[in-house]
Design a protein around this ligand. Structure first.
Ligand code: NI
Ligand code: MN
Length: 224
């Protein structure tokens, strides 16, 4: 069992276990580092961590194009329903949602969540289980001590950790987060996208005993 992960740049990923295709935060329109276009995204499921444009911006269009099921906060569902899209599974922090691909569990994230000035519910992280593998996407968040607890509960194989600073953890705190979560592979996200705003140099993201595997936008890696 394995999952092929493709980095969309910034915080977006595609996951493919050979049967099911799932996206998390597939933001491409206006993404300065993206190598793909929204029309290139072919998925049956989309997970949304929060409503900010750099995560949610393309979700409505990609969902409609693919007739994909969207897993998101209740308030994000209300927004999509108002836009005429009903294929949505709402959830909130702490809950697990089961789909034909596996399951997704929402975790806390210390951040905010709005879209064009509208409140979009709690910001969250997402633990995705498919293809026999478990991936923890932290969402946009500061560090918190219960990352250790989440590691114990979900035992993720891979952690996707924001390290760009300013809006999330920087590389030093991301290192501590990776060590608390304890996944054997850590992939840095949410950095470099906006020069001068997000960190370029993340050399301090060097968690002890954990493989750091940065992916270039458009690059794939298989978690076997
Ligand atoms: Ni955000
Ligand atoms: Mn963000």
């Amino acid at each position: 069992m394995s999952v092929k992960m493709t980095f969309l740049g910034h915080a977006g990923f595609l996951f493919d276990d050979g049967t099911h295709q799932v996206a998390i935060d597939p933001w491409l329109t206006g993404n300065p580092v993206a190598t793909m276009k929204p029309a290139d995204v072919k998925v049956g499921h989309i997970v949304v961590t929060h409503g900010h444009g750099d995560h949610f911006g393309d979700v409505e269009a990609i969902a409609k194009e693919n007739s994909a099921t969207v897993y998101c906060a209740y308030e994000v569902m209300e927004y999509l329903n108002e836009k005429g899209y009903e294929k949505v599974q709402p959830g909130n922090t702490g809950g697990k949602l089961v789909g034909d691909f596996g399951w997704v569990a929402f975790t806390q994230a210390f951040h905010s969540s709005s879209f064009n000035g509208r409140y979009m519910g709690q910001p969250m992280g997402a633990v995705l289980h498919m293809g026999g593998r478990t991936i923890y996407h932290c969402g946009d968040t500061g560090i918190f001590g219960d990352m250790k607890l989440l590691g114990e509960i979900y035992k993720p194989d891979v952690a996707l950790i924001p390290v760009g600073d300013r809006f999330t953890m920087g590389p030093e705190l991301g290192k501590m987060a990776a060590e608390m979560i304890g996944a054997k592979v850590a992939i840095p996200i949410h950095y470099k996208t906006f020069p001068g705003m997000l960190a370029d140099d993340i050399s301090a993201f060097a968690p002890a005993g954990i493989e750091v595997r940065p992916l270039a936008p458009g690059e794939s890696w298989t978690c076997a």
